[in-house]
Design a binder for this molecule. Structure first.
Ligand code: BG6
Length: 472
């Protein structure tokens, strides 16, 4: 797909990727770079520096890039690979070695000297969150939180979720990062925000008054954000055992989707106004209290303990949670968030239920797959009966648009390089979500009998006892 009119205009940058040979990089970042390169969305003179602890040759990294494209839906483009080969170099760095950071700095300066210009520098930490803090610290100590010597380029940092483990570790991570980088230099990735259909939620709400005029609890009784996955934890044993579904999916992706769906519509859809509004909504959610079990179900798929080789593991691979808001606009509306691994299908959707007494009249944002929007209506059946039947009006992106479009990580990289914060999570949003969920973590810390073991590839645990006025 050639660059089109809405092609972002980017300055050549230096992209410094920590953990370039790691799992996330292979699955998401490298294919995204290839596709951006193929589509002409990254300017020539871009440089990519792959950081790794061990010596990795240029041939090896090019082999990794090629392998990472085996499952790329649009295949491999040789011209893009050739360009990536010219842009990419590897750099061996021991994360605690001051000398290595000095050499890295010299390398960045040298690249800029050779290209005759200051460039934006984007440090992408595609590494386990436990090692963020020491690396961020070292970047600061060696002046890598600044742009080039002439101050004509920006230094930025992109980090992956989970941003902390609970309220106190998240606060610490945020303050450690803020000590070195100013908030406007920090890009906290939540790739669900960068999914095309998630980006549409606010525009849809703003420009379709038939729905937006009734966007409140008088009309909307329940909003359910669902992210089901058919895969298990794959090879991410150490990561998943210490994280679980609540921290992996709910704290970030699902909270963000809910915030986009239920936040007040700001006057402008600017980054600042959207973030302020999302934060206000997240802050208005009431933390689970009283009988937590009526508000949260957690489960673990059948073969999980064997997979992680820990017969006593209480890590949840499924969560369903019901919340309410103290915002008068949402008085009485229930917000449900559900996610699970090793379920019967892969899908993400947001269902907005109208009306009393059931789920029949609903608006659904299908985030993935088969992206689109459904409206369920009750219609009188033809003939002499007065019976009502539920029917569906449905719109699919693929009917109207070329949907061979961009993966969320392509958007993440482009927005990071151009310094646009709209589709990243702010520290206030991150903290509001942690504060909301902390009582559940505290409860789980002291109890384990509520963990439901569910069959692999099925519908997941029942949630019918949750505090809902009507069930799914
Ligand atoms: C990641 C989680 O953030 O999102 C994974 O860490 C999960 O556990 C993934 O599988 C799902 O992303 P997507 O884009 O495939 O829905």
């Amino acid at each position: 797909m050639p660059a089109s009119d809405n092609t972002p205009s980017l300055q050549p940058s230096i992209l410094v990727i920590f953990g370039i040979t790691g799992d996330l990089s292979r699955r998401k970042v490298l294919p995204a770079l290839h596709n951006l390169c193929r589509d002409g969305l990254i300017p020539d003179n871009t440089k990519i520096i792959g950081i790794s602890r061990r010596e990795v040759s240029h041939d090896e990294i090019m082999g990794i890039i090629k392998d990472s494209l085996a499952a790329n839906p649009s295949g491999i483009d040789q011209a893009a690979l050739d360009r990536l080969a010219a842009w990419t170099s590897m750099f061996k760095l021991d994360p605690v070695s001051d000398a290595d950071y000095e050499s890295l700095k010299a390398k960045l300066n040298q690249i800029e000297t050779e290209s005759g210009r200051c460039m934006d520098r984007l440090f992408y930490l595609s590494i386990p969150p436990q090692v963020y803090a020491p690396i961020i610290d070292k970047l600061g100590q060696h002046g890598l939180n600044q742009g080039c010597d002439h101050q004509l380029g920006q230094a930025r940092i992109m980090i992956e979720k989970p941003f902390g483990y609970d309220v106190s570790t998240a606060e610490k991570l945020i303050s450690d990062t803020n000590r070195v980088f100013r908030e406007e230099q920090i890009f906290r990735i939540d790739h669900y925000l960068a999914k095309e259909t998630a980006q549409n939620i606010l525009k849809f709400r703003r420009h379709n008054p038939v729905f937006s005029k009734q966007w409140n609890s008088r009309h909307i009784k329940r909003i359910h954000v669902i992210a089901k996955e058919s895969i298990g934890i794959e090879n991410r044993v150490a990561f998943y055992e210490s994280v679980g579904a609540m921290r992996d999916l709910v704290q970030s992706h699902l909270m963000q989707l809910l915030a986009l769906t239920a936040m007040d519509m700001p006057e402008h859809l600017s980054s600042d106004e959207v973030h302020a509004s999302k934060h206000r909504f997240l802050d208005s959610l009431i933390p689970p209290h009283g009988d937590v079990l009526k508000q949260v179900v957690r489960g673990q798929y059948d073969s999980y303990r064997q997979e992680v080789n820990n017969p006593a593991s209480n890590t949840e691979t499924f969560v369903s949670l019901v919340l309410k808001s103290s915002d008068p606009n949402w008085h009485g509306t229930e917000f449900q968030l559900t996610t699970g691994k090793s379920l019967d299908e892969k899908l993400t959707k947001i269902i907005v239920y109208y009306g009393e007494g059931g789920d029949t009249n609903a608006l659904t944002f299908r985030i993935q797959p088969d992206e689109g929007i459904d409206v369920n209506l009750l219609i009188e059946e033809p003939g002499y009966t007065n019976a009502l039947q539920e029917v569906k009006m449905n719109f699919s992106y693929s009917q109207y648009f070329d949907t061979s479009g961009h993966d969320a990580y392509e958007r993440v990289l482009v927005d990071g390089m151009r310094g646009d914060h709209l589709l990243f999570a702010t520290k206030s949003e991150v903290m509001a979500a942690w504060r909301l969920l902390q009582p559940v973590f505290d409860y789980w810390h002291n109890h384990s009998q509520d963990l439901v073991i569910y069959p692999n590839n099925g519908p997941g645990p029942s949630t019918t006892h949750l505090n809902l006025s009507y069930n799914n």
